[in-house]
Write a protein that binds this ligand. Structure first.
Ligand code: G16
Length: 543
């Protein structure tokens, strides 16, 4: 075995987005494309001698090939020990858990999350730092800069490692440990939640369906929900990770998890439904005939946190991304704790959690999590809900209605316009930004604008500033319209329009969401001319 230095030239467009580098598989398959990005990570990390790294992915097409390449490059860069999930599988929260538990230096996560997989789908790669969370922008920008000046990468010619057999291998002086992808994570979950109470719930005949969407969370849900918690076999559906996710779009929202929604809307629906995404960090919570919005889920978990043993001491604080509804803010106020508003991207929560300023974090994009790891965590959220239902004996619908009755309801919806011409999307954002200074104080429909700006975040821990994080128009009653461009799409631009309206009166808590938000949607269209500019008469996806 020898270590080779291979000449290369930079590829354009290797700047990581909201969550790592996500591109079409075909782009990643170009000779040197993955290698260049991985080389840039290693060069940014510096001396890797004696270090431990974690590697795993969501099992999508190209996962195994990418892992073998990364192992050969890690060996060439002097990494001492590398932990790999069996079959190349590790959910994103499990990577975070393993990094923390084994005091690794960091980890490489291979996933394009909720984006479709397969040869014509997407692939992705990101680096997580030693706290288990996504690398901050300072690091990702350094990696990008490095990709633009590379002239060579280093790689060993060692043979492929057998990823399917748990065990330890030695290659080029590097120790490769193929580990059980579920064990460390399951042990952590058992410490956080009241497994006895959940077991008793299932014993009483409680019925649940967990949709693994043919992605990574199937094995975790089977081991924990069916295995450790005693839910009947068949509780987990679409539980085998497939390289193309069975052709599905593994994004747990009511549109993409239509099979689960139909089950939960049907006669004889189970008591509880849940789904997770490609890499296991997103979640959707569903009651009978009711999909809980992620923003509500965060607020409800926060309000009931003490029911779970791992959170019995209370919360330090809550953080949500800017476009996420303000439902959690009301809970934070009632609990007398801080609520932070950050840009979109889980990486922005890391500092707050490390500093002990927040315990719970959540995003409108079906992401919820806590400081138990430094990623959002789909199955964790599902277990939190199970714990809550077991402890209260209430149904999902009851929990949600009672929450609205106590705190009021934040009607909320996101309209996505996908694969829009990038120039048209940029022009729309530029026009909106230019219109902002004249908006404050104006009356728009039934609303008066209290604040109109392009969100700027100053991290309270390290003072770093993230500007241009989304145009927001906040009305005097707290209703909001937010526009931003997605940082995770791989085709053209995805325009996201977020709408939110607060309703205190319980008599008006059961309106149709889109109707409740129609006035704000009309204002948003007037301001942005989104339909004309995008050439679309309606959004591609409404959640
Ligand atoms: C990633 C980020 C999330 C973000 C989401 C959507 O999630 O980790 O913080 O909310 O993308 O981002 P955007 O609106 O820019 O597309 P995931 O699950 O894709 O890793």
């Amino acid at each position: 075995m020898t270590i080779q230095t291979v000449a290369t030239t930079p590829f354009a467009g290797q700047r990581p987005g909201t969550s790592g580098l996500r591109k079409k598989v075909s782009e990643f398959q170009q000779p040197g494309y993955l290698e260049n990005f991985v080389e840039a990570i290693f060069l940014t990390l510096g001396d890797c001698g004696g270090r431990t790294l974690v590697v795993g992915g969501d099992g999508r097409y190209f996962n195994r090939d990418a892992i073998q390449t990364i192992l050969r490059m890690a060996a060439a860069h002097g990494v001492a020990r590398i932990l790999v999930g069996q079959g190349g599988i590790l959910s994103t929260p499990a990577v975070s858990c393993v990094i923390r538990k084994h005091a690794a230096f960091g980890g490489i996560v291979l996933s394009a999350s909720h984006n479709p997989g397969g040869p014509s789908g997407d692939f992705g790669i990101k680096y997580n730092i030693e706290n288990g969370g996504p690398a901050p922008e300072k690091f990702t920008e350094a990696v990008f800069a490095m990709t633009q000046s590379l002239s060579a990468y280093r790689i060993s010619d060692m043979p492929p490692v057998n990823l399917d057999a748990i065990g330890t291998y030695r290659l080029e002086g590097m120790r490769v440990e193929v580990i059980d992808p579920v064990a460390d994570y399951a042990e952590l979950m058992e410490r956080l939640f009241d497994f006895d109470a959940i077991r008793a719930l299932f014993k009483r005949g409680f019925r649940m369906k967990f949709d693994g969407m043919c992605a990574v969370s199937g094995p975790y849900a089977k081991a924990i929900v069916e295995g450790m918690l005693g839910a009947p076999a068949g509780t987990v559906i679409n539980g085998e990770p497939l390289e193309d996710f069975g052709g599905h779009h593994p994004d747990p929202n009511p549109v993409n998890a239509a099979e689960l929604i139909a089950l939960m809307d049907g006669r004889n629906a189970p008591d509880f439904g849940a789904a997770s995404d490609g890499d296991g960090d997103r979640n959707m919570i569903v009651g009978r005939g009711l999909a809980v919005t992620p923003s509500d889920s965060l607020a409800i978990i926060a309000a009931n946190a003490r029911l779970a043993p791992g959170y019995a001491a209370g919360l330090q604080g809550i953080a949500r991304s800017m476009p996420t509804s303000m439902a959690a803010d009301r809970v934070a106020e009632a609990l007398g704790i801080a609520c932070f508003e950050t840009p979109t991207g889980w990486k922005y929560f890391g500092n707050l959690m490390d500093a002990g300023m927040v315990t719970l974090c959540g995003e409108e994009s079906y992401g919820t999590g806590s400081s138990h790891v430094r990623e959002k965590d789909g199955l964790w959220a599902v277990l939190f809900w199970l714990n809550m239902l077991a402890a209260t004996g209430k149904s999902v619908e009851q929990v949600v209605s009672e929450h609205w009755a106590r705190f009021g309801r934040n009607y909320y919806s996101r309209h996505d316009y996908e694969a829009v011409d990038a120039g048209a999307a940029d022009a729309m954002m530029t026009a909106l930004r230019e219109a902002l200074p004249a908006l404050a104080g104006r009356t728009l429909g039934a609303y008066r604008v209290a604040l109109a700006d392009d969100f700027v975040y100053t991290d309270p821990v390290d003072g770093s500033v993230a500007a241009r994080q989304g145009v927001r128009i906040v009305m005097s009653d707290g209703s909001r319209i937010v526009f931003r461009l997605s940082g995770t799409g791989t085709e053209g631009a995805t325009v996201r329009l977020y709408l939110e309206r607060y309703e205190a009166d319980p008599a008006r808590h059961h309106l149709d969401t889109q109707q409740a938000l129609a006035g704000l949607a009309a204002i948003a269209e007037d301001l942005s001319q989104l339909r004309r500019r995008s050439g679309r008469q309606q959004p591609s996806v409404v959640t």
